[in-house]
Design a protein around this ligand. Structure first.
Ligand code: AMP
Ligand code: GLY
Length: 421
């Protein structure tokens, strides 16, 4: 079987490494992939949003199954375009990917179907939004409607900050069209949990839960990033909470999408907050999370490709989705200066065991050498019987990844460990 994976980050590297375990897979193409992924797949220089060329490539190369991993091609209709040419895909069609593509859509969906989330108001007019902020409870949360590279959410601690955020989005156009509508929502508190779930539109099979570490600095300080590390499972996410989420959030979401004529197939990501009033949805993503995937998939004992195909074929209820009863930790190495300005082009080296445990996010091959090419560069994952061991081993292995200016947080998993003890 010839497989095509659209995307080129650490998440895609984790997906590719897992798909490779299937004996029927003869070749994997990554579009565009990256210099590190090149060790596990044939990288093709086609951008993840270049849908026309992705489809042509898939047709010309007789791809048997495609995995569309990032949000933007999904929202742009990459799956629809591939399906039109008869290529089966993992991932939702555009009319379902909107659950991530528009916050206004997802908030209205939750309201309509009684799915627990922060209360909110939608604004299309800046003056009306600014007026509302005169009396809105503070802190408040401002969200750009559309995709904004994970940066479209501002937690405003003061009224002025909130107004500035609204002006930046609606007048300053910092997120382009994505910010022409904004959601202003209630500030919630509680531990955050990421739950990725396979769904074929009929049943939902959640994966092991995880915890991201979004801030650049230790003890969750500093700027937001794409994620500096993850652990799985998330100790806050007990069996009781999982059952409650299935009943009040997961199944209602799948059913709501069906009722709207927007059946969702693929991986639906639930960003949850465990508030004093129960679990609530912070956000939906229409895809695997990054770097959640780098701890979740290594724990998957079932064959990933088989499960993916079951979501496409509508046979997920008959397909086992089993996870190891173990713990995983992923430590990200970033370029010095990330998430603001940083330099690229530093040569990377790995010990043999580090290489095996590492997913490459931002690197390219230059004269046969792997050099850094992004803010987040690598994610190194360890699995162990206890969380404590997994953390220790992930840090030990990540010591074996070297490049100039490598930065990592030193406390990935600490909060989870404290919660366990
Ligand atoms: P997002 O980009 O939607 O993942 O949001 C980024 C982060 O902002 C989330 O991981 C939360 O930590 C925080 N956040 C988003 N919405 C809220 C909310 N209503 N209350 C408190 N924190 C929030
Ligand atoms: N880790 C959060 C995301 O993938 O959006």
């Amino acid at each position: 079987m010839k497989i095509m994976v659209v995307g080129g980050g650490g998440r895609e590297h984790a997906i590719i490494k897992k798909i490779k375990e299937n004996k029927d897979v003869t070749e994997i193409f990554a579009l565009p992939g990256n210099g590190g992924i090149a060790a596990d797949a044939t990288c093709v220089d086609i951008g993840a949003t270049d849908i026309e060329r992705i489809v042509s490539f898939a047709v010309e190369n007789k791809i048997d199954y495609a995995v569309v991993a990032p949000d933007d091609p999904l929202v742009l209709g990459c799956v629809d375009a591939l399906e039109k040419k008869g290529i089966p895909c993992f991932g939702p069609r555009a009319n379902a990917a909107i659950i991530e593509g528009s916050k206004v859509f997802s908030k209205n969906l939750m309201k309509k179907y009684g799915i627990p989330t922060a209360t909110y108001e939608v604004f299309e007019n800046m003056e009306v939004a600014l007026n509302y902020l005169e009396t809105a409870p503070i802190p408040t949360v401002i969200k750009a409607d559309g995709l904004a590279l994970g940066k479209g959410v501002i937690i405003a601690q003061t009224r002025d900050e909130a107004k500035t955020a609204v002006r930046d989005m609606m007048e300053g156009g910092i997120f382009g069209k994505s910010g022409s509508r904004v959601v202003v929502e209630e500030f919630l508190t509680g531990p955050e949990v990421s739950v990725l779930a396979f769904t074929d539109g009929k049943v939902v099979k959640p994966m092991v839960s995880s915890m991201d570490h979004k801030r650049i600095g230790d003890n969750d300080t500093g700027l937001n990033t794409g994620g500096m590390g993850t652990v799985a499972p998330n100790p806050y996410y007990t069996k009781k909470i999982a059952d409650e989420c299935m009943e009040t959030i997961f199944l209602p979401t799948i059913n709501a999408m069906n009722k709207e004529g927007r059946t969702f197939k693929g991986c639906l990501y639930f960003g949850l907050m465990l508030t004093p009033n129960g679990p609530k949805v912070i956000e939906y993503n229409c895809r695997f999370g990054d770097p959640e995937t780098q701890v979740v998939l290594p724990l998957l004992e079932s064959d990933l490709l088989t499960v993916m195909m079951a979501t496409t074929n509508g046979t997920l209820s008959d397909t086992e989705v089993k996870f190891a009863d173990k713990h995983a930790c992923c430590v990200i190495l970033a370029s010095n200066g990330y998430p603001t300005a940083y330099k690229k082009g530093f040569e990377m080296t790995f010990t043999e065991e580090a290489l095996k445990a590492t997913y490459v996010a931002g690197a390219k091959l230059e004269n046969g050498k792997l050099v850094t090419a992004g803010g987040r560069v690598t994610g190194t994952t360890a699995i162990a019987d206890s969380l404590e061991e997994a953390i220790k081993e992930a840090y030990r292995l990540s010591d074996g990844v070297k490049f100039e200016g490598a930065y990592r947080r030193t406390d990935i998993g600490k909060r989870a460990l404290d919660a366990l003890n």
